[in-house]
Design a protein around this ligand. Structure first.
Ligand SMILES: O=C([O-])CC(=O)C(=O)O
Ligand SMILES: [Mg+2]
Length: 576
């Protein structure tokens, strides 16, 4: 029985459907979101499976159901309600949920992901309906493996884990941060086609230092201060080992929204031993470098002719700076020359050697310039005269009018990336960037902004969000059995992404492909990363598939409903 393949993201194997068919029947089918089709069950299925009469008599195919969902989606008056509605759809009918997300990706991404997911996290206790994902707390040391065994699925391939300390640019949201692993994994499926039942969102709850949450009667986590002692590392170590014991060494573990210190430490500790990466350091780096590479087509400069000023020296900025150094070295510069093009500003001012204000970690030290200290970002900009400014420190409005005006004075086409999330934390709005620079800015932001018209020309700001990167890398890591993810994979992804930006996109001011193409973009990144992985002996799935394009696509999730109508057959002498 051939599957319909109308889906945006490939089609699944028949075998799994058959297995599903055998396992459950009756009302359990309707209660399982992986199997449920709502009023899409055919008359035959209803009768065979013992659900006839449990549904209204009308049959509504998936197209009709999408129409119904969209009617509801538009009826809500605010995005938080839309978020709640979509989450309940995901809990009810997974295929319909993903069909709606992939078909209306531009409308849906800002709801199930940045920026609305940030608001949802802030209100997670209030909007809590049904748990999703796994919670492991500091009191569970010694029992992490048992908790993982409580998860009902044996075939987990991708985990996104947070400890909630730095949720987007919103700070410590403790266990309310669960919305982030849930949202990221929804994009694994929606954008790259990772099978949803293989995805596991996890929150590690070690407490929170957020007083508002500690006093919140609806708070869902442990009401205690964050564990900062050795027990924290003990828990994470036990978690990593337990995950591999339960799911095997090629399970992908994406670290998300950890606090600065732990994010860097844990990445260094685990990156060569596990299939892991930190999305805020490495995913963000790849997407930002892709945007910079694409912007060279507009500014008509070589990469090495640029000077970058970073507002912030946290996970994202350091990650981007390090990947930029790799890109600059690939373009022919020495490491020393590359580092000289990067100027970082943190809360104590410009990062310079032997800074009197101090506060230089090893990561920051690497980018310390030989220069007199400068306190304020605007003075750094007027002194350094950069070609690009990149903000990733969740300081809203850090790119003030003077900075934007100066950037337009120093450059024909200044690069201005306001990457902090959600929208309320952006360093400047798209409107400010385009109007103050009189349309000169090559602008991108982490959260989405609407198009802006200046002087009769309409600019479409690109969304420099790691969502362009992590789903594709994740899919390939899983299906090609990649055991560790070296930095080169992120540079490769950045280059691939930058090449997917078309001339018509650049003409509209975009340095990323439009969101409407993100599903195909993620698939292309997955395929190219697979080629790279096999070429560089990083893929352990052997023999190497003959055609990586077909191979990757054949593993993608299909939003088409599976059929539960059995293929009946007769025996000799036994008629049906
Ligand atoms: O979630 C996003 O939109 C991007 C991201 O990782 C962050 O801001 O922490
Ligand atoms: Mg993040």
């Amino acid at each position: 029985m051939a599957e319909k393949s109308s889906s945006a993201i490939g089609s699944t194997e028949k075998g799994r459907h058959y297995a599903n068919r055998l396992k459950v029947r009756g009302i359990d089918v309707m209660r399982d979101p992986h199997l449920n089709k709502g009023m899409g069950f055919t008359l035959k299925e209803r009768q065979i499976m013992g659900i006839h009469g449990l549904l209204p008599p009308a049959l509504l195919d998936q197209d009709g159901q999408v129409y119904q969902v969209m009617q509801n989606f538009h009826r809500w008056e605010n995005n938080l309600d839309r978020y709640i509605y979509l989450m309940s759809l995901q809990d009810r009918n997974e295929k319909l949920f993903y069909r709606v997300i992939t078909e209306h990706v531009e409308l849906m991404m800002p709801i199930i992901y940045t920026p609305t997911v940030g608001l949802a996290c802030q209100k997670y206790g209030m909007i809590f309906r049904k748990p999703r994902g796994l919670y492991i707390t500091i009191h569970d040391i010694g029992h992490v493996y048992e908790i993982l065994c409580n998860w009902p699925v044996d075939e987990v391939k991708a985990i996104v884990v947070t400890d909630g300390e730095r949720i987007l640019g919103l700070g410590d949201l403790g266990a309310y941060g669960m919305g982030i692993p849930v949202g990221k994994l929804s994009l694994y499926t929606a954008l790259a086609g990772v099978q949803p039942h293989t995805c596991l969102p996890i929150t590690i709850d070690v407490g929170t230092n957020n007083e508002t949450l500690l006093n919140d009667p609806l708070y869902i986590g442990l009401k205690q201060k964050r564990e900062r002692g050795p027990a924290y590392d003990q828990l994470i170590e036990e978690f990593m080992k337990a995950v591999v014991r339960r799911y095997g060494e090629n399970v992908l573990i994406q670290f998300e929204d950890f606090g600065n210190n732990n994010a860097f430490r844990l990445l260094e500790k685990y990156r060569n031993k596990y299939c892991t990466f930190n999305d805020d350091i490495q995913g963000t780096a790849a997407v930002a470098v892709a945007g910079i590479l694409a912007s060279l087509n507009i500014t008509k400069k070589k990469l090495s002719e640029n000077k970058f000023v970073f507002q912030g020296a946290g996970e994202a900025s350091i990650g981007i700076a390090k990947l930029l150094v790799m890109a600059l070295m690939k373009s022919g510069l020495s490491k020393e020359e590359a580092v000289k093009r990067i100027w970082m500003v943190d809360s104590k001012g410009l990062i310079v050697k032997n800074r009197p204000a101090g506060g230089l970690t090893d990561h920051k030290e690497e980018f310390a310039q030989t220069h007199a200290p400068i306190d304020k970002l605007e003075d750094v900009v007027s002194t350094v005269k950069p070609t690009a400014i990149i903000g990733a420190a969740a300081q809203p409005q850090a790119f003030n009018e003077k900075i934007l005006t100066d950037m337009a004075k120093f450059n024909e086409r200044p690069i201005i990336f306001a990457l902090s999330n959600p929208t309320s934390k952006a360093e400047c709005t798209a409107e400010q960037a385009y109007t103050i620079t009189k349309g000169k800015a090559v602008f991108a932001s982490g959260s989405p902004f609407q198009p802006v018209t200046v002087g009769g020309k309409t600019f479409h700001p690109g969304q420099g969000n790691n969502a362009y990167i992590f789903p594709g890398i994740g899919l390939t890591a899983i299906v090609c059995d990649i055991r560790t993810i070296p930095e080169e994979i992120f540079l490769e992804s950045a280059e691939v992404l930058s090449k997917l930006v078309e001339k018509s996109d650049l003409e509209e001011g975009r340095v990323y492909p439009p969101l409407s193409k993100i599903v195909e973009v993620s698939t292309t990144i997955a395929i190219k990363v697979a080629e790279y992985a096999y070429k560089n002996n990083l893929a352990y799935r052997h023999p190497k598939p003959d055609n990586l394009d077909t191979f990757i696509r054949s593993h993608q999730y299909s939003v088409d409903y599976q059929t539960f109508e059995p293929e009946l057959y007769e025996w000799p002498g036994h008629k049906l």
